[in-house]
Design a protein. Structure first.
Length: 95
């Protein structure tokens, strides 16, 4: 199961979501702005006040950094086409 903790106003999260339009990984989206429980889960699992954050329970992977998440999704779940995403940075603080 792939879970992406994100904030809809974060450009780095939007970068991951845009890349996933090409990758087509089956992501469960947890909006930390709209769901306080999701924010608490993020802090418990990742320990940092930032997004995006990916959890892959199948592979035991937890990661921050949008470019790393995009590379990971493309490598393990991609459909063979590398996504083209403009670089905008890597993480947003959640507070």
């Amino acid at each position: 199961m792939l879970t992406l903790y994100y904030k809809p106003t974060c450009p780095y999260c939007l970068s991951v979501l845009a890349a996933n339009q090409t990758i087509k990984a089956d992501l469960i989206l947890r909006n930390i702005s709209a769901d306080p429980a999701a924010k608490e889960e993020l802090l418990e699992k990742g320990g940092k006040n930032q997004t995006p954050f990916l959890e892959d329970t199948e592979r035991g992977v937890l990661m921050y950094e949008s470019s790393d998440i995009i590379d990971y999704l493309h490598t393990h779940y991609g459909q063979g086409v590398a996504p083209i995403v403009a670089p905008v940075g890597n993480v947003c603080p959640i507070e």
